[in-house]
Design a protein around this ligand. Structure first.
Ligand code: MG
Length: 156
């Protein structure tokens, strides 16, 4: 089985997201519950999440849709218009993100709902950036952070 971990990191970087940006989102979620925050542990947990095949497939699919939307290469031309506006009723971006959360149980889903509402750090930056399509990547980042935070919570 091919591991697409490096490909995923490269795709995230290409769209302006680093592992440290995701660490920041996990800290945001965990701060109220943890006495001490261990950045290295958080980073390792994020890496373990991105090492899962289903997560890699979600990252690659979502970011490729964002890129394809920027390149206007969809068969249905209106799809780029729908994605550019990130219509709140579009919803497929969130459904893809749920796929990541579902691997980590109900705490991950709750975390995702919270981070999707509050949009901390890089998620807020991506949301405000209207120069390109960030419809899928913001939810993917939120889901990875939510999954990592729940994995840490279960380990305590
Ligand atoms: Mg979105």
């Amino acid at each position: 089985m091919i591991n697409h971990f490096e490909e995923c990191i490269e795709l995230l970087n290409k769209r302006g997201v680093t592992l440290d940006d995701i660490v920041e989102c996990v800290i945001y979620l965990q701060k109220p519950y943890l006495k001490e925050i261990n950045n290295e542990e958080i980073k390792e947990t994020i890496i373990s999440v991105i090492n899962k095949r289903e997560v890699q497939h979600a990252i690659i699919t979502g970011i490729n849709i964002d890129i394809a939307s920027d390149d206007k290469v969809f068969y249905t031309k209106d799809l780029s218009k729908i994605l550019d506006k990130d219509f709140s009723l579009y919803g497929v971006d969130e459904v893809l993100a749920y796929g990541i959360c579902n691997l980590y149980g109900s705490i991950a889903l709750t975390n995702f709902g919270y981070i999707d509402k509050t949009k901390p750090g890089i998620i807020g930056v991506l949301n405000k950036d209207k120069t390109r399509c960030n419809t899928f990547i913001d939810d993917i980042i939120g889901a990875i952070a939510a999954a990592a935070a729940s994995k840490i919570a279960h380990g305590k």
